[in-house]
Write a protein that binds this ligand. Structure first.
Ligand code: ZN
Length: 389
């Protein structure tokens, strides 16, 4: 990663480089904006550039050399000055006094954590997913607090990057506030969050506010063509960029050879769900098929696509204007759908899909989640139609 590999965010990149050049680096920042737009990537690059001893400075730019030992360590998330903090699972027997958030984790949990951090290092747009990692707990904040209190090595500036900081539980947030109140001259804390409204006002007010922009379709499509290992057609890159709705992380989750296949499955599932008669066998066969390989990520992709499809149908039924449709290759079936299900409550249906996505993230069984969703969707669509008839 280097500044040039960070997608879009031109304004923020310039601001951060200017801040380093002018020697006005603040004690705490809050990088905020929707998920998947590169907040962690910006924070990591910022920390790397500040710490690189061979950085290149010209015309207000401040660029890490990307070759020295410091840059290499920063890239692999192994830099002694740069700590990356993320939500972790609770360790067995962990209590309030636990020194390190990793201390009580099982070998298997540690392996999952290391694996996810390695993926993050390889791709700062990777969204870390560790099973049962639902909070940033007090032990992690205590580590920051101890680190901040230590005097530095005199080499570079120490960074604590708290990713998805809204995951701090209340106890952690309160302890963190105290750390913010006692800044150390050579330490910078960067919080990243897509849920700024969930952060304590007292924490927000002590951080420099850095609002990160949603990415444009062109920025995402270009990045997909440049960065992904598999070849991706222009048409697919554009389509995925539009479906990703400003989030490169979501765009990445939609790439892969089987993008069209997954979309086909979504349409089949939806069709089976809306069959007027004799739907049971067909619908259950579809659910068996989807849930069969127990690939949670793939099912999440499918439901995300279903959600986007419903949003399009809503836009189409509200405006009648096909320009509003994101699934550009689905205009004809969508028009038929809107004609066949007039007055269907598409917003209620979308909410059901969002709920199912939440269940999947909470580890609810795939089979159960899909069955429930299908039956709820049926009751939304089919009832409306028979009432209208
Ligand atoms: Zn360097």
């Amino acid at each position: 990663m280097s500044w040039s590999q960070i997608i879009g965010q031109q304004r923020i990149k310039s601001v951060l480089q200017r801040v380093i050049t002018d020697g006005r680096i603040a004690h705490a920042y809050m990088f905020w904006g929707p998920q998947g737009i590169g907040k962690d990537a910006l924070a990591l690059e910022f920390a790397k550039a500040v710490n690189c001893p061979n950085s290149i400075k010209m015309d207000g730019e401040y660029i890490a050399c990307d070759e020295c030992d410091s840059c290499r360590r920063a890239r692999s998330l192994q830099h002694p000055n740069i700590k990356f903090i993320t939500a972790l699972p609770a360790g067995k027997g962990e209590d309030r006094k636990s020194r390190s958030p990793l201390a009580k984790l099982s070998d298997e949990q540690l392996k999952q954590v290391q694996d996810q951090l390695a993926q993050k290092a390889a791709n700062p747009y990777h969204r870390i997913a560790i099973p049962n990692a639902n909070a940033i707990r007090i032990a992690a904040i205590r580590e920051i607090k101890q680190g901040v209190a230590l005097s530095g090595t005199g080499k570079g500036r120490r960074f604590y990057i708290v990713s998805n900081a809204e995951n701090m539980n209340q106890e952690a947030a309160n302890a963190f506030l105290k750390t913010l109140e006692e800044p150390s001259p050579d330490v910078t804390i960067v919080l990243t969050t897509s849920r700024r409204d969930q952060m304590l006002q007292t924490i927000r007010s002590r951080c420099q506010d850095v609002r990160c922009a949603v990415l444009s379709d062109d920025e995402i499509a270009d990045a997909l063509r440049d960065n992904t290992t598999e070849t991706i057609s222009d048409e697919n890159a554009r389509l995925i960029a539009r479906l990703a709705n400003g989030s490169y992380t979501r765009a990445l989750s939609l790439t892969g050879d089987d993008f069209s296949e997954i979309r086909g499955e979504v349409v089949d599932f939806f069709r089976a769900m809306l069959k007027r008669r004799n739907y049971v066998l067909d619908l259950y066969a579809q659910i068996e098929h989807i849930a069969g390989d127990k690939d949670r990520k793939r099912v999440e992709q499918m439901l995300t696509l279903l959600l986007l499809w419903l949003r399009d149908a809503f836009a189409l039924s509200a405006s009648g204007n096909t320009d509003a449709v994101v699934n550009i290759d689905q205009v004809a079936p969508m028009q038929r759908f809107v004609e066949n299900f007039p007055g269907a409550d598409l917003l209620a249906a979308s909410m059901k899909v969002e709920e199912a996505l939440r269940y999947l993230k909470q580890n609810v069984q795939i089979h159960l989640t899909l069955t429930r969703l299908a039956l709820e969707m049926r009751s939304i669509f089919i009832r409306k139609v028979s009432r209208a008839a």
